[in-house]
Design a protein around this ligand. Structure first.
Ligand code: 13P
Length: 260
């Protein structure tokens, strides 16, 4: 595979599937098994799937001992207690999950999660040994008003409020412009790369330059087999968070096996 500028900085690509509220136990098990067998020879990138809570155990069984890692799509920040319908970091660790997505735009905009709540969830997940994918991204009207940078800066700063620099190795940022999610509209590789570069600047102001340069920033929003190579060729795009196209092994395997 041709080398590219990004590899010089040692950021290992992370190709993650967010299965959202799709599939059932048999379907998730089958998809996970197909991904495991299709990625046996893939050694130079990380692979992650994030099914919904009831599917986690079945997928954990399917991916055990393979290169495919397991994550959840959400958690609650309390360790345990009278929180009907919620799931703690410790529960996710016991599956075992290694990652959790926090602050996905659907959590923010459908379920009203605030920056403050997202920050508490990030802190709780890290404290209890989960890796976090912190999602950020602007709405269409925020983009049209020229507020993309302001929105992602606020979401990063509040989402990582109180996080120590040493914990950053367990944090991945995903830039998902809301207008590109599930719409078939992707940010151009150049636009996405520009926002990623800006996110890295925000991180280097809040933390150190070294920490910022080591952090992985994923792109999400209508990533498909047809556009993944162009996105992954960009210096600041370190992986993808894939929704719809991660629900079929054929398309997700092609995305995982991007070539630049
Ligand atoms: P789509 O790939 O379906 O646009 O979803 C992106 C997403 O929200 C991943 O978290």
């Amino acid at each position: 595979m041709p080398r590219k500028e990004r590899e010089v900085t040692m950021r290992r690509p992370l190709m993650a599937g967010n299965w959202k509220m799709f599939l059932d136990i048999p379907g998730a098990g089958k998809l996970a098994e197909e991904l495991v067998s299709g990625t046996k020879n893939v050694t130079d990138r990380d692979i992650l799937v994030c099914p919904s809570f009831p599917l986690l155990s079945r997928v954990a069984q399917a991916v055990e001992g393979s290169a495919v890692q397991l994550g959840a799509q959400n958690l609650y920040y309390e360790e345990s207690g009278v929180f009907t319908g919620e799931v703690s970091a410790a529960m996710l660790r016991s599956v075992p999950c290694s990652y959790v997505i926090v602050g996905h735009s659907e959590r923010r905009h459908v379920f009203g999660e605030s920056d403050e709540l997202v920050g508490k969830k990030v802190a709780s997940a890290l404290k209890q040994g989960l890796r976090v994918i912190l999602c950020v991204g602007e709405l269409l009207e925020e983009r049209e008003e020229g507020n993309t940078k302001r929105v992602v800066k606020r979401q990063i700063e509040r989402g990582l409020d109180g996080v120590e620099e040493a914990a950053l190795e367990d944090v991945v940022v995903a830039y998902e412009p809301v207008w590109a999610i599930g719409t078939g509209k992707t940010a151009t590789p150049k636009d996405a790369d520009n926002v990623h570069a800006y996110i890295r600047t925000v991180l280097s102001t809040k933390f150190s330059k070294t920490a910022a340069s080591e952090m992985r920033i994923l792109y999400g929003g209508s990533v498909k087999p047809e556009n993944v190579d162009g996105l992954m060729a960009k210096a600041n795009i370190d992986g993808a968070l894939v929704g719809g196209a991660s629900l079929k092994s054929e398309s997700f395997l092609r995305i995982i096996k991007f070539e630049t």
